[in-house]
Design a protein around this ligand. Structure first.
Ligand code: TRP
Length: 330
């Protein structure tokens, strides 16, 4: 069975865009592949989080992923630093990662611009650690988006370089993978583009948002001045509201507002009120599971322990083989 690896940023809380995007993909993948999903806490140290924040973030992310349906029995869900073997593979790969190529990574250039007072070596070698994450389990598929394509290309480069250098055919070439066409585009509430955390406070609806917060955000969503004439085309902002409805509302509700738009009787206030209630209905059980998970110390610990065990078995094997290939047998 093919192996899938993906790292989860430990700082991000899930919003509806993540849910209908990456999360549903992960849930489908865990049934079909040998999956390793990990919370990338080592990576997050490049920005120097406070210890209490790091702890809270990792637990929050774990609670959210479990609440969405990632199943520790089906996939290996672990915390990156629980498997320190990755740090050894990272060290070994660093010996054949060159300054020039690391400096050319767009993510590095962007981070260096954003945090000029903290251009640390971890930031520079971020792609090497990511390569180690992937090669550690000899993955062939990596479910990431366009923004990670360059990192994935570097992973292939590092893996192939290792293979050439030691004249082995050890690391497979991982490729980006998502179920074709399964990625739904989830727009934000600001009238343009997709839902994203960095697009401003009110743009994204998070799985942990309270009912009131959801109502406020949705009622403030951008719309337009209404259809000018029967059957006039929809603006991007209104199209986005309909796209969100398509994710959380019943067919009957969607048909109702669709018709109301066509015959110009639509009132966006009513539409948003309905959308907010449907989002709340969708999110409430997930939010309750997140809260339950966060309260249940032993559940989180058990999940982490199961993941750690499975991930270390795989990691141990790879690191032992890599040491052997390199000649570390004295
Ligand atoms: N760099 C990825 C991101 O920013 C997170 C990540 C770290 C990752 N290691 C990985 C993704 C390994 C896939 C595989 O989203």
């Amino acid at each position: 069975m093919e192996t899938v690896v993906s790292g989860i940023r430990s700082t991000g809380n899930l919003h509806l865009g993540n849910y209908f995007g990456a999360m549903l993909n992960f849930i489908r993948m865990q049934n079909e592949f040998n999956c390793f999903f990990f919370i990338a806490d080592y990576h997050s140290l490049t920005t120097h989080p406070k210890p209490a924040d790091l702890r809270r973030n990792v637990r929050q992310v774990l609670a959210e992923y479990l609440a969405c349906g990632l199943d520790p029995a089906k996939s290996t869900l672990y915390v990156q630093s629980d498997v320190p073997e990755v740090a050894e593979l990272y060290l070994l790969l660093n010996m054949n990662a060159y300054l020039g190529e690391l400096e050319r990574a767009t993510t590095f250039k962007e981070k260096a611009r954003k945090q000029p007072d903290n251009i640390n070596a971890g930031l520079l070698t971020y792609p090497v650690l990511m390569a180690a994450d992937i090669l550690l389990h000899k993955a062939s598929k990596v479910p990431v988006g366009k923004d990670q394509e360059q990192h994935l290309e570097m992973t292939r480069q590092f893996g192939n370089r290792f293979n050439r250098m030691y004249e082995v055919n050890y690391f497979p070439e991982p490729v980006a993978f998502n179920f074709g066409g399964a990625l739904v585009k989830v727009p934000g509430l600001d009238g343009a583009g997709k839902m994203g955390k960095s697009e401003g406070e009110g743009n994204a609806v998070f799985l942990y948002d309270s009912d009131d917060v959801i109502r406020k955000k949705v009622m403030r969503a951008v719309s337009d001045s209404g259809p000018a004439a029967p059957d006039s085309p929809r603006s991007e902002a209104v199209e986005n509201l309909f796209a969100l409805m398509a994710l959380v509302s019943t067919d009957e509700t969607i048909r109702f507002f669709d018709q109301a738009y066509k015959d110009c009787s639509i009132r966006y206030g009513d539409m948003k009120k309905q959308l907010a209630e449907d989002m709340i209905r969708f999110i409430t059980p997930i939010r309750e599971r997140i809260e339950d998970n966060l309260r249940d110390e032993s559940l989180l610990e058990k999940a982490m322990a199961i993941g750690r065990e499975k991930a270390r078995t795989s990691a141990d094997k790879t690191v032992a083989e890599v040491r052997e290939i390199i000649g570390m047998r004295y």
